[in-house]
Each structure stands twice: as structure tokens, then as C-alpha cells.
Write a protein that binds this ligand. Structure first.
Ligand code: SF4
Ligand code: SF4
Length: 98
């Protein structure tokens, strides 16, 4: 007669409350800077329209204006959709005095 055996886990499984994911909110948020090359920009408004966070507004002439730089999440939608490569997003460097 053949018997099959099952191994049982002896170690405790991780408790959900102590999972590292629950500490994610403690991480410092990344910040980004937005650079617009005015000579290349034709004021089409695409970057402003694509920005999901309202970082880029427009002035009375339609030119892009960075109105809330700290709200930028670095998605780069603006950079990817700009037809003139006139906007660049760069992650802000952490302060070096540590
Ligand atoms: S990277 Fe995203 S959030 Fe930041 S300015 Fe561009 S579109 Fe807006
Ligand atoms: S998408 Fe590019 S060209 Fe159009 S307004 Fe923005 S920066 Fe200027």
C-alpha cells in the first residue's frame, strides 16, 4: 500500500501587520524639478493638458508656467508628449550635508 506524505511548514508565516509594505508611507517622497526650454517651446499647451497633477499652467499668451513644482510625481507625461522636446523632468538631489 502506498502512502503519500505532506510536509508541513514549521516556521511561522509573516504577519500582515508587520509586512514591510505597511511602512511605505514613511519613505521620503521624491521631488522633481521641471525645466522648460523657452526657445524650443511653441506654447501648444500639451504639457499642461497632460499633467495629472496640475503642475503646469499657462499664462495669458498660452506659454507653460510651472505653478506647483512640488506636486510633480515624475510621471514624465509632459516630457513624453512635448512635440518639441522643450520640457525636461529631473529628480531633485537629496541634500548632501548628512
Ligand atoms: S512629470 Fe508628470 S506630474 Fe510632473 S509636471 Fe510632468 S506631467 Fe506633471
Ligand atoms: S508641450 Fe512642449 S511645446 Fe507645448 S507648451 Fe509644453 S513645453 Fe511648450
Amino acid at each position: 500500500m502506498a502512502y503519500s506524505s505532506r510536509h508541513t511548514e514549521e516556521g511561522k508565516t509573516a504577519q500582515k501587520g508587520n509586512h514591510p509594505a505597511s511602512k511605505r508611507s514613511e519613505k521620503p517622497k521624491k521631488k522633481f524639478n521641471q525645466f522648460i526650454f523657452r526657445d524650443w517651446c511653441k506654447c501648444c499647451g500639451i504639457c499642461s493638458a497632460f499633467c495629472p497633477k496640475g503642475v503646469i499652467g499657462r499664462d495669458e499668451k498660452g506659454a507653460p508656467v510651472i505653478q506647483d513644482p512640488d506636486a510633480c510625481i515624475g510621471c514624465r507625461f509632459c516630457e513624453l508628449h512635448c512635440p518639441d522636446f522643450a520640457i525636461t523632468i529631473k529628480e531633485r538631489e537629496a541634500p548632501k550635508d548628512q
